[in-house]
Design a protein around this ligand. Structure first.
Ligand code: SF4
Length: 297
């Protein structure tokens, strides 16, 4: 798809006008552009979904420490807490647990699906898994929701590259939250128009989010951020489903995010020379990592 010519408002009008979902619209576009059959593309997306599920499951059931030792068990710790709370707030806690699990697997160099990036890999699958658990929807619906999420990601990427180095974490985890919110709306039976509002609500409340990973590793604050933003995306979806609108349309929110991203100081765009990375603790962790890794040379 050529993202630079895509406007979400036009895609939504098209989908709403024809009574199809954003996921179906995305699949149609992919068929046209790749010359693959829809069955083939759906099969490929189904594989992505299964890898996402495996990553979430691995982080919950067989967690391990990342090489740095900084992260690795967040998802399973949260999951144990879900059992301890005896149901209080369980769905939302499970959502965070799943997102952190996939993110931990990324930090441990395990297999994940970048959605849209490796650093933000937990948000989308966690939201879809929880929506599936809540609604009892089929695997096919999850696959369709992934197409809808992909469409949102493609539209946003027409404004700015989806990378912390380009636009800060708002471009990575913020985009993931927008994608996840739109996908969840679709699973719950909301219209494409509702998905658009969900994406806008999710992203506009993350504008300005910087990328400042401690010691240059996609671990702090990334793993826990995946947990937080999965919940954030979920709330955006539920707000949109409840009928709340984003006063600023999604396309304008995407453009605003890109503009903010481009004006962000370099130190807050994945260089680890600003923000949390240069706090006393961030620097202390970095020196420990430097010593540890130099001793392995
Ligand atoms: S803080 Fe930076 S490295 Fe971490 S998830 Fe966000 S964009 Fe990626």
């Amino acid at each position: 798809m050529h993202a630079d010519v895509l406007k979400l408002s036009e895609l939504i009008s098209d989908a709403d006008g024809r009574g199809i979902s954003l996921g179906q619209l995305a699949l149609e576009q992919e068929v046209r552009l790749t010359f693959n059959t829809s069955d083939c593309l759906r099969g490929h997306m189904r594989l992505q979904w299964r890898v996402m599920q495996e990553a979430m499951e691995a982080g919950l059931q067989s967690p391990r420490s990342s090489r740095s030792g900084l992260v690795g068990f967040e998802g399973s710790i949260m999951n144990e807490w879900v059992q301890d709370t005896r149901g209080t707030g369980a769905p939302v806690l499970k959502l965070a647990a799943r997102a952190m699990s996939a993110s931990c697997i990324n930090a441990c160099m395990g297999r994940i699906v970048a959605a849209p990036t490796a650093g933000a890999c937990g948000i989308l699958p966690a939201v879809i898994a929880c929506a599936q658990e809540d609604t009892g929807c089929s695997e096919d619906s999850c696959v369709d929701a992934l197409f809808a999420a992909g469409l949102i990601g493609v539209v946003i990427s027409g404004h700015i590259e989806l990378a912390g180095a380009s636009g800060g974490c708002q471009a990575e985890c913020g985009s993931a939250a927008a994608m996840a919110a739109a996908a969840a709306v679709q699973i719950y039976g909301g219209s494409p128009e509702r998905s658009g509002h969900a994406a806008a609500l999710a992203l506009k409340n993350l504008l300005g989010l910087v990328c400042d990973p401690v010691a240059g590793l996609v671990e702090i604050p990334c793993v826990k951020r995946n947990g937080f933003l999965a919940v954030h995306a979920w709330l955006a979806a539920q707000m949109a489903l409840a009928g709340m609108n984003s006063a600023v349309p999604a396309d304008e929110v995407f453009a605003a995010m890109a503009k903010i991203g481009r004006s962000m100081p370099e130190g807050l765009r994945e260089t680890s020379t600003g923000g949390l990375a240069v706090t006393p603790t961030g620097q202390e962790i970095r020196s420990k990592m430097d010593i540890r890794y130099s001793s392995l040379d």
